[in-house]
Design a protein around this ligand. Sequence first.
Ligand code: SAM
Length: 279
Amino acid sequence: MRKASLYKRSNGLQRRDAKQTIEEFSHFLQWRSDGCDSLLDIGCGSGDVTIDFLLPILPTKFSKLVGVDMSQEMIEFARDQYPHPKILFEKFDLGVDLEKQQFRNEEPFDHITSFYCLHWVQNQEKAIQNMYKLLKPDGDMLLVFLAQNPIFEIYKQMSQSKKWAKYMIDCDNFISPYQYSKNAADQFGKLLYSNGFIEYSVEIREKFFVFEGIDLLKKSVKAVNPFIERIPLHDQDAFFDDYLNLVIKMHLSLDDIHTNSKTCRFLTPYKLIVAYARK
Ligand SMILES: C[S@@+](CC[C@H](N)C(=O)[O-])C[C@H]1O[C@@H](n2cnc3c(N)ncnc32)[C@H](O)[C@@H]1O
């Protein structure tokens, strides 16, 4: 539960982007005339985005809202935090054949949403095929995920260092499949089309986020960094220090860290893929 509760306390960037995208794009979602919509939120994490931003846009008569995540810890945390008769949290891995998972028995949904999850799935084709199967005919989906982010470059560089390489052998599995793409929107659009989605639109949004102070950056790194739990506790601060040195080397610190390390601000410029598609 530690990671889930840490994530919930340090996901300001993800919450901001989920809120903004829902405000801007949720009108694309085609609600049923009887108001009995079902919605599946993939990669729901600690569940707070599902509850705080998706629940309020659903028609009051909605039939069910299901959050899924590959992490059992996240699912248990979300179940514990958000008990509700029409809201379920279930384990499901978007990158694995639906037929091989318990979730295959679920009725298809009217809508799918997914925030900050798809860039974790290396097999993008499998992810899209799974989502296609999980949607009813005419069902639609709104997806938001990272195309590019300097953190992926930091992972790459750290994985090549003598000290950290042994903890990061599978580093490429944690880099967005679009990090080095010349035209991520086009690439993702083609995947949607070739897997059955006839109606779709894909946009790239250039964004930035400022982490106010070293503590906030550290909390956020700890909450989303996939390698840190593999590193012995006594070495985790050294791992973060090396991470920080790369941030500085990439000119992403806005203030001089030596003047006041506590209040130093850190910039993260990144690109998001925002996609709407209808079956
Ligand atoms: C950064 S969190 C986003 C959580 C939430 N959607 C939000 O916007 O705050 C990404 C979540 O995706 C989940 N995830 C990663 N790969 C996944 C996969 N293949 N299938 C399902 N969930 C996955 C992770 O376990 C994590 O909880």
